[in-house]
Write a protein that binds this ligand. Structure first.
Ligand code: SF4
Length: 459
């Protein structure tokens, strides 16, 4: 396997990831009663709201300190404190996340100090203000997401007496996928604390009257209990040590940590349910056993089509690893596996997954211009990733299976399910049908041209 580490250009051309504070917002949306304020210019929060809203098709309320020119020169603490006043007045949140931006970090704003000052000045006692330093250039949205979860847990979790519940830390999935993970655990009788739980907050049912903060999310009581859990399952093989919420819980409260891959594909889902079986002593229920059987059946049905697949896969490191894994299970070559963020872990995991192959390239900290070049070179015939890769279809004719974040040129991105046995089956069908569609739409004209010299390719 070839690991490619350099970018084609000294600048990013068509980025493959969103910025750090955007990912952190998503984590806070999974906490019950939480609101977020962005310390930076108005433009940052507008971009983030719009980007998130287009994917989830939900109203995304995010406050902003709206630093202007004087704030940039003399410091923006007055703006941030005023913004916090308004936010509390309008939303009455149970917890507030304070996120920095490129601008705030570049001018040296210390949001933790400003938050501490604010708490004293407003006599707020132990009110949970959670500040997370998230310069946009500090990483991608997946890093901001994990960093925010870690900070939230570090602020709220307590050294409570040991109990039998299991912490489950999910990476950035779709709300429907979080619901699927919960369904699997409910079927197995697992008593869990899932964090962050945006299964309802980012995919709310239509309701009147409008709620300023959507219902659902991991409660503060549950977060406090995480320090006494019997184990933590962190669904990530790519999270960096300093960003890992599970490592924080292990280091601070000695909660045993299990890093499982995202349960996409039969092997990864087996690993997840086997871990649940081991931790709880519960057997695999019949309904999941049957879903597993159906997936095996579906894999047999589609393998003959998938054997022709050469995929270019791009997105968050954990998603790229999960999709590469399902490709390998089904005879598709993950010809290019790429992420916009730096991820040594992805490179190492891909080396293990594709050991002995020379037709796989892994590239991290890259952009879609490089990914496009590599995809053409690798003769990829299917792309799997978020909407920003649509240029692969438009310019190179490589069809795109939309997956991950953001999906803003189609509806339903928040309802896609690719985890668990049932979700894997749905993803595999989408991939197989995409390959079939390419094949069937091209082969008749090719055949007619070859055997009947019919240039139009029509009967
Ligand atoms: S990259 Fe920086 S400037 Fe751009 S939206 Fe993110 S925080 Fe704001």
């Amino acid at each position: 396997m070839e690991a490619i580490k350099t970018m084609r250009h000294s600048v990013i051309e068509n980025p493959c990831h969103a910025c750090m504070p955007l990912g952190a917002i998503l984590a806070f949306k999974g906490i019950q009663g939480a609101m977020v304020i962005i310390h930076g210019s108005q433009g940052c929060s507008t971009y983030m709201r719009r980007h998130i809203s287009e994917h989830y098709n939900e109203p995304i309320d995010v406050a902003s300190s709206s630093i202007t020119e004087p704030g940039t020169i003399y410091g923006g603490s007055v703006h941030l404190k005023k913004g916090l006043d308004h936010l509390i007045q309008v939303y009455h949140p149970e917890l507030i996340g304070i996120l920095s931006t490129c601008l705030a970090e570049t001018i040296g704003e210390d949001i933790a100090r400003i938050a501490a000052e604010y708490t004293v000045e407003r006599d707020m006692g132990a009110y949970p203000l959670v500040s997370v330093p998230t310069p946009g250039y500090g990483g991608g949205h997946s890093e901001g997401y994990f960093l925010a979860v870690r900070h939230i847990i570090a602020r709220i979790a307590r050294p409570v007496p040991k109990h039998h519940r299991i912490n489950v830390i999910v990476p950035h999935l779709t709300p429907a996928e979080v619901r699927e993970i919960k369904r699997i655990m409910d079927l197995m009788g697992v008593d869990y604390i899932l964090c962050p739980d945006y299964s309802e907050t980012l995919d709310s049912p239509f309701a009147r009257p409008y709620q300023k903060i959507a219902g659902g999310g991991t409660s503060l009581q549950e977060l406090a209990m995480m320090g006494g859990a019997s184990a933590t399952i962190e669904m990530s093989r790519c999270v960096e040590t300093h960003l890992s919420p599970g490592r924080y819980l292990a280091g601070t409260f000695e909660v045993p940590l299990y890093n499982s891959p995202v349960p996409v594909g039969i092997e990864a889902t087996d690993l997840f349910v086997n871990l649940l079986k081991e931790l709880t002593g519960q057997p695999l229920p019949d309904v999941l056993q049957r879903e597993r059987g159906r997936l095996l059946d579906g894999m047999i049905d589609s393998h003959k089509y998938n054997a022709e697949g050469r995929a270019v896969i791009f997105g968050d490191p954990d998603m790229v690893l999960a999709v590469s894994s399902i490709c390998m299970e089904n005879g598709i070559v993950p010809a290019v596996a790429a992420s916009g963020v730096h991820s040594k872990a992805l490179e190492l995991e891909m080396q293990t997954l594709t050991a002995g192959r020379t037709d796989v390239a892994t590239v991290t900290e890259t952009d879609l211009a490089v990914i496009r070049d590599l995809a053409v070179k690798a003769e990829a015939n299917i792309a799997i990733g978020h909407s920003d890769g649509r240029y692969l279809t438009e310019r190179e004719g490589i069809p795109l299976v939309r997956l991950g974040f953001p999906i803003h040129d189609r509806v339903g991105g928040q309802r896609l399910v690719s985890v668990g046995y049932a979700g894997t089956m749905m993803l595999l069908d989408r991939i197989t049908n995409c390959l079939l569609d390419s094949k069937l739409s091209a082969y008749r004209p090719r055949m007619l041209k070859k055997y009947y010299s019919e240039p139009s390719g029509k009967f």
